[in-house]
Write a protein that binds this ligand. Structure first.
Ligand code: NAP
Length: 415
């Protein structure tokens, strides 16, 4: 008898190009380097992906969590996926198809129960929010259905004579619903097209304002945007979205998508402490959380706030003036200036070590959550400093680190 051979089926991991905001989190997280990108899309290589799910919890939009059953020999290639503007429809499978291989089964199982990803070795932060965080809304507005916001404020928050041109931009949504939480981000769709003639993809910015608006009770929010004029190597480069945003005038309109993010959220319970560690425009979510806490003074039992803020100089530190006016018994401010004339170069991790006793005291309290936002390069230094602070007191950092991650008390957002 010549019975047909069973057809191998793969549960193929795909990224939805319509929702993806190209933030690179998945590519950085993937432990087997299965995710790559071109100027159009982020894609998953079916030859490499083992369905481990490590990339799924960190994705701020959920665009990563897409799967298609396909005949293995007909799996969508990386080149296919680069060309997509949307995900393909589900295909019907041959009746004798058999799900093949561990990867497909793992992916299927993991999808049914997307619990703890094996992210310990991959990402140092938590994949869950603090237990008391409010419920976030995500993806209310997409590339296909953006919302129009109106610019109601745009001003520079760094010294006019410095290289760092950082703007505080306030967007108003009028009567349209746009619910947000501190720590979430939005996407901005810059007008125009890229070098290939395609509309620009969204650029992601963290909220700098609290949930009840930049101006309390108003349906608005703020962003902290640095005008990009150089690439990471110092070569001249024109940031498409940052220049667009920094040049906006009052009453201009902007296309917005989001909100995004479901883990980098602040705790809501009384006496929750915040350790906030940031560099440059990574201060945006810290401003949002600080302002949320400030507005609760007198109405709720707020815990301790400790801020470690790195910038080149005082005049290049966004919001320096308003920050320094906050009461010292409300927030413990530590500024790490790296290029202030006449002062030694200091990074936030140096200050964590200088303030080890206070940091250790807060780390010993299970009500403490830690937020790190800013340059990618600071991640290692900050983790090393936290480890050092804990080890100095004879404690085991790996146990505490695992607990911080498991309990949603250590969060990173670095680029
Ligand atoms: P920046 O001015 O280039 O740097 C800020 C400070 O960080 C400087 O003092 C710098 O020192 C220092 N620094 C450099 N490397 C460091 C390291 N390895 N460890 C600790 N400190 C270090 O910062 P920026 O241009 O504003 O960039 C901020 C980052 O935040 C960007 O990558 C941005 O994408 C990201 N971000 C922005 C938002 C937003 O909503 N706008 C949200 C999240 C994240 P040096 O003098 O050595 O340069």
């Amino acid at each position: 008898m010549n019975a047909p051979l069973p057809v191998e089926v793969l549960k193929q991991h795909l990224i939805d190009p319509e929702i993806c905001i190209r933030c690179n989190t998945c590519e950085e997280t993937c432990p087997v380097d299965a995710i790559t990108h071109d100027s159009n899309n982020y894609v998953v290589d079916p030859e490499i992906c083992n369905g481990c799910m490590a990339c799924v919890p960190p994705c701020p939009t959920g665009s990563i969590d897409n799967w298609r059953l396909v005949v293995r020999a007909e799996a969508y290639s990386v080149q296919d996926q680069f060309g997509w503007e949307e995900l393909p429809q589900e295909k019907s499978l041959p009746v004798d198809a058999a799900v093949a291989g561990d990867a497909a089964q793992q992916a299927a199982g993991a999808q049914a129960e997307p619990a703890a990803a094996p992210a310990m070795l991959v990402t140092p932060g938590a994949a869950v929010p603090p237990w008391s965080a409010a419920h976030p809304y995500v993806n209310l507005y997409t590339h296909k259905t953006p919302i129009t916001a109106t610019v109601v404020g745009n001003y520079r928050v760094t010294g006019a004579d410095t290289e760092s041109d950082i703007h505080h931009i306030v967007l108003d949504f009028g009567e349209q619903p746009f619910p947000v939480l501190e720590g979430q981000s939005i996407g901005i769709l810059p007008p125009g097209v890229d070098a290939m003639g395609r509309p620009h993809h969204a650029r992601q910015y963290s909220l700098a304002s609290p949930r009840d608006g930049e101006r309390a009770g108003y349906n608005n929010l703020s962003l902290t945007v640095k005008r990009v004029t150089q690439d990471h190597g110092g070569e001249a480069a024109h940031g498409v979205c940052s220049n667009y945003l920094c040049d906006l005038a009052k009453n201009d309109t902007v296309q917005v998508i989001g909100p995004f993010g479901h883990t980098f959220l602040m705790p809501n319970h009384p006496k929750a402490n915040l350790i906030m560690i940031c560099t440059g425009t990574g201060s945006a979510p810290m401003r949002a959380m600080t302002e949320r806490s400030r507005r609760l003074i007198g109405t709720a039992d707020i815990g301790k706030l400790m801020l470690f803020f790195g910038a080149r100089t005082e005049r290049e530190l966004p919001y320096f003036g308003p920050l320094m006016k906050l009461p010292r018994d409300f927030i413990d401010i530590n500024l790490a200036l790296s290029r202030e004339p006449g002062q030694p170069k200091r990074y936030v991790q140096d200050l964590l070590l200088e303030r080890a006793a206070q940091v250790r005291g807060l780390l010993a309290d299970r009500n403490t959550c830690i937020y790190v936002c800013g340059l990618k390069g600071m991640e290692v230094g900050v983790l090393d400093a936290l480890r050092e602070v804990v080890v100095q007191s004879g404690e085991d950092w790996s146990i505490l680190h695992e607990a911080l991650r498991r309990e949603g008390r250590l969060h990173f957002e670095t680029y």
